[in-house]
Structure formats: structure tokens, C-alpha cells
Ligand binder design. Structure first.
Ligand SMILES: O=C(O)C1=C[C@@H](OP(=O)(O)O)[C@@H](O)[C@H](O)C1
Ligand SMILES: C=C(OP(=O)(O)O)C(=O)O
Length: 426
């Protein structure tokens, strides 16, 4: 029988400080660049969760040294070789960042993963790699499993990429491109979601001494070495979303320490978005503090830059004082699950009226109802259900272990958030 979690109901204010582990997106980029660098690197406070463990495992399978040193990772580049078979789990970052690295290895490398990974779009990346001179076998037209036939080098050069279904296809190509003979001159063939995540890639590459220029419709990366770099990873601001949301639902305040003053993480938009939903957000010496009243304002917004935040914002919308409308997120149908469909099902089950738009959702709060919800194997759907459970007695989540994707001890942290309700801010 699968595990079922009773999401705690909490009809009282919260008052807690919630430290969070490292960013999934920054850890994935740091691992890839450290593996391709010109010497060893130390990663301090990397995220240790399923997605980043899978990335480390994939790089190790090619011969890269990645060792634990306490909580740090020490990454030592090495000549990369196949044959290898790599498990990408359900991680978009592994699915899209790892194949360009595998193309630089000598020998065939097969990438496979969870059943749902087989549905996640990737043709833009694989076609892009082919355009750069890489041979790939993909029986499922861009879907996993596929085999990258690396020869130890990639020609590189000009390429057009359709990344309308995921920005990660662009990030994956840019991350490895300095190691291609001709670098890359990437032109976008269509729309691009999640632009801040590509900006994060560009900023991270520049920190490693890589020359990257924005062009009319894309980016150019010059061939050259990737400098090794010791780095401290920022906390994962997208994973802050459910904890900060608790202040809006319950009233009270939640502080996430070590909130970076300057960051490329799209989760930094939480202070603006939660303010629009009725909270006060304040940067204190301790971190970002969000204070709520228990009453939530509806939100009408294009969330195309911050789609990772949509499940939690949708849960807040279902508890708000009026109807919300989110647009710009058609590509979420290709995330861990079809998130527009999953959010429709979940929010309808707890009493909201939901309308799916071609690129988003309309959510009208209704009489609140208890329900047993599915996790859809999606960490962010578990987090959204947790937020609903604060206000609705009797919310259960089947298969909550999906949170291991980015926050393995989410349930313990959630219990601590509520247990710390008194006196955490001393
Ligand atoms: O580059 C990254 O680290 C990510 C980019 C985004 O992907 P999409 O463009 O597919 O939304 C985001 O949703 C994902 O969680 C992480
Ligand atoms: C879309 C997400 O993940 P992935 O990196 O697997 O695409 C996410 O974490 O919200």
C-alpha cells in the first residue's frame, strides 16, 4: 500500500524561521561546470536531493570524481568515457543538461529514467546537438530513452533550437558549449519560457570565466577553458514558497534566512508576488520575512518566468478572497506531471472551480472540502497540498515521497514550521 500523508491543519498563526538547503538549479549548473572545468572545485552547501544526486551519479558514470567531504562535494574532472547507462529519474535538469556533456565523452551513453520522463519533451535539445555534429539514437523522437554516441569532441557552431517546451534545452547547450571546438551560436526558433533560468546559466558561465554574449535571438559562447571554481550554493528560493505561503494562509510570519541580496533565482520574485497576494515582505538582517493576516488577495499575473512557483501560488489562489488568473505557463504541461491538469484536479477536489486555459488556469475559490489528493510523483504538488491542508481539515496526500526530488525532509521541516509557531523569533 502506498504511503499517505495527512497534511497538518493549522488554524492558528505561524511564527518561524525556516532555513533551507541549496538551490536545485544552481547545484545542477555547478556540478556540470565543475565536471567540465580545468581543475578540481569544491561545492559548499549543494542541494542533496534526488535530482542533484542523479546529476552527480550521471557525471560519475563518465569518470568524473565527485566525493563527499562532510556536506560539501569535491568535484575532480577526468577524461570522460562511455559506455554508460545513466538514470535521469524525473529530473529535467539531468535530461537536458547531461546529454551535451555525454557528447563530449568517448563512447555511447544511454539516458533513461522514470516512466514519466519518457513523456517529457526533449526534441529541441537532441535536434540541437545533432545540428552541432553529435550522433544520437532516439527511437521516441526526442524522448528518453536515447543514446548519445560521443566521440570525445563536439564540433559546435551555429544552431537553431526550439526551446518553447523548456528553457533547460538552451541552458544545457550553453553550459557545455565552451568545450565544443567552435563553441556555440544558438538561435531560438520559437518562444522561450523561464528566461530567468537562462540568465542564471549565463551568469554562472561568466563566473567560470566563459565568454558569453547575447545576440539578436539567442546567445553565443566562445570556445575555451572553463575555470574551476569553489562556490557556496544559495538556499533554494523556489522551495521557500510553501513555507512563506504559510504566513498568508495562517497569519503570522515566516523568515527564510540567508536570502541572497542579489540572485539569479526566479524564486526571488516571491516577495513581489506574495505582496500582491496581501502579505508584507521585508528583507531583515535575518533574511526574507513574510507577514500575513490569514486573508489572501487573488492574483492575476503572467507567471511564465516563475512556473516553479505556480503550484503553491495556485493553492493560495484557491484560498483567496476572489478569482485568480495565471497565464504564460503552457509549458507546465511538460513538467513532472501535466501541472495544469493536476492543479485543476486537486483544486476542484478541495472545492474550487477551475478552468484550464491554453496557457494557464483560472481559479475561483469555493466551499472548502476535505479530500485525498494524489502527488502525481511531483514534489511541488505535495507542497501545494501542504498549503491547502493548513486551511482545510482533512487533506491527505498519496505518495508524498515525491518531495525527495528537491527536499527529502519536507514533511519534517513542515512539522517544525508549525511546531515552532510560538517563540521562534526571539
Ligand atoms: O534551468 C533550470 O534549473 C530550471 C528551469 C525551468 O525549466 P522550464 O523552462 O522547463 O520550466 C524550471 O521550471 C525548472 O524547475 C528548473
Ligand atoms: C519543473 C521542475 O523540475 P525539472 O527540473 O525536473 O523540470 C520543478 O522543479 O518545478
Amino acid at each position: 500500500m502506498s504511503d499517505v500523508w495527512s497534511a497538518p491543519h493549522h488554524p492558528a498563526p505561524v511564527d518561524a524561521v525556516v532555513p533551507l538547503p541549496g538551490s536545485k538549479s544552481l547545484t545542477a549548473r555547478a556540478l556540470v561546470l565543475a565536471a567540465l572545468a580545468d581543475g578540481p572545485s569544491r561545492l559548499v552547501h549543494p542541494l542533496r536531493a534526488r535530482d542533484t544526486d542523479l546529476m552527480a551519479g550521471a557525471l560519475r558514470a563518465l569518470g568524473v570524481g565527485i566525493e563527499d567531504d562532510g556536506d560539501d562535494w569535491l568535484v575532480t574532472p577526468a577524461p570522460m568515457r562511455g559506455p554508460a547507462t545513466v538514470d535521469a529519474g524525473l529530473a529535467g535538469t539531468v535530461l537536458r543538461f547531461f546529454p551535451p556533456v555525454a557528447a563530449l565523452a568517448d563512447g555511447p551513453v544511454t539516458v533513461d529514467g522514470d516512466p514519466r520522463l519518457h513523456d517529457r519533451p526533449n526534441a529541441g535539445l537532441l535536434d540541437g546537438l545533432r545540428g552541432l555534429g553529435v550522433r544520437i539514437d532516439d527511437a521516441g523522437r526526442g524522448r528518453a530513452p536515447f543514446t548519445v554516441h560521443g566521440t570525445g569532441r563536439v564540433r559546435g557552431g551555429a544552431v537553431e533550437v526550439d526551446a518553447s517546451e523548456s528553457s533547460q534545452m538552451v541552458s544545457g547547450l550553453l553550459l557545455a558549449a565552451a568545450r565544443f571546438d567552435e563553441g556555440i551560436d544558438l538561435t531560438l526558433a520559437g518562444a522561450l519560457p523561464s528566461l530567468p533560468h537562462v540568465d542564471m546559466t549565463v551568469a554562472t558561465l561568466r563566473e567560470h570565466g566563459v565568454e558569453v554574449a547575447a545576440t539578436d535571438r539567442g546567445w553565443r559562447v566562445a570556445p575555451g577553458p572553463i575555470a574551476a571554481l569553489d562556490r557556496v550554493l544559495e538556499p533554494d528560493l523556489s522551495n521557500a514558497a510553501p513555507f512563506l505561503a504559510a504566513a498568508l494562509v495562517c497569519g503570522g510570519r515566516v523568515t527564510v534566512p540567508d536570502w541572497p541580496a542579489v540572485t539569479t533565482q526566479p524564486g526571488a520574485q516571491l516577495d513581489r508576488l506574495l505582496t500582491l497576494m496581501g502579505a508584507e515582505a521585508e528583507r531583515t538582517p535575518e533574511g526574507l520575512r513574510v507577514t500575513g493576516t490569514g486573508s489572501i488577495r487573488p492574483l492575476v499575473a503572467d507567471l511564465g518566468e516563475v512556473s516553479e512557483l505556480v503550484p503553491v501560488l495556485a493553492a493560495l489562489a484557491a484560498l483567496a478572497d476572489g478569482p485568480s488568473r495565471f497565464t504564460g505557463v503552457a509549458h507546465m504541461r511538460g513538467h513532472e506531471t501535466d501541472r495544469l491538469q493536476a492543479l485543476d484536479e486537486v483544486l476542484t477536489a478541495v472545492g474550487a472551480t477551475v478552468r484550464q486555459l491554453p496557457d494557464g488556469l483560472e481559479i475561483e475559490p469555493g466551499p472548502r472540502r476535505p479530500a485525498r489528493l494524489d502527488s502525481y510523483a511531483d514534489h511541488r504538488m505535495v507542497m501545494a497540498a501542504a498549503v491547502l491542508g493548513l486551511a482545510i481539515d482533512g487533506v491527505e496526500v498519496a505518495d508524498p515521497g515525491a518531495v525527495t526530488k528537491t527536499l527529502p525532509d519536507f514533511r519534517e521541516r513542515w512539522a517544525r514550521l508549525l511546531g515552532d509557531a510560538v517563540g521562534a523569533h526571539r
